[in-house]
Every structure is written in structure tokens, then in C-alpha cells.
Design a protein. Sequence first.
Length: 164
Amino acid sequence: MAIAITLKSYLDSHHVDYDMVEHIRSETALEAAHSAHVPGHQVAKAVVLEDDRGYVVSVLPSTNRLDLEWVRESLGRDLEMARERELRSLFQDCDLGAVPALSNAYGLDVIWDDQLKAVADIYLEAGDHRHLVHIKGDDFRKLLRGMPHNIISAEKDYSRWMGD
């Protein structure tokens, strides 16, 4: 597949330059970072949440773990993890589990982590398990302008400590 049609159309319509990075098949964004030889903090992963008002996609560095309470507090919503079977209908041109971080291209609300504010280059799932899309950090933030952002995640070791 290389890049999902919806994502490609979105990037093209916003005149965003991008290139593709191929890697061996991976199941997670962090695995994709390792196999593509890019820093994990530069790979933006998407975590789909839901409540009775709809879906919200949380975008955070692949090295981090989402703190659901921080997202709930930031948005004032009682969000839970979306069920995987629902993702197929939301991202029809993507492989299951390869959700692009620019989920606003799919008409979904997004909240993104402030830890992505200063990252010069961003990589995100292209819609399959073998490709990442590489864009400039400034373009990433421009595409998410107007979307809420806050600290919504922490490195895995820290977030584990917080839950103890």
C-alpha cells in the first residue's frame, strides 16, 4: 500500500512535502521507529479513544505511554480506549493497527502531546505496517493548528512509576 489514499490526499491538498521510509513489518510505532532507524521520539503514534460524544485520536511520541487521565482532564471528557473492531470503519484505507497520527485527515478530533512541539522531523504511520511518512515538524504542527494539545503522555518508565 505504501500510503493510505486519504492521508496522501490530505497532505497533497495542504501542499505538504513528504517522503516515505520503508521498514520491515512492525506491529507498533516504536517497532517501526527501530526498524526504520529513526529516533523513537520523532515517530508520532496515534491512540484512538471514544466516549458518547464520539472519537478522539491522541497523538504522542512512540516512546511514551498515554496517560488517559491527563487526556480526560485536558478535554473534560470521559474517554476510554476505542475497540479495535471500530477502527476498521474509521480508517477504511488503512491496515488494522496502522492508524496515521494525522487523523484529522479522516475527519476525527485530535489532541496532541506538547512533547512534539519542538521536534524538527516527524514520522507517522502511513496506513500500513511497512511504511512511515516523514514530514517536517513545522508542517505537522501547522496541520494540527487549532487542535487541542497538552502534556498527555510520559516516557514508559515514568508513567509506570506514576501508577504505582
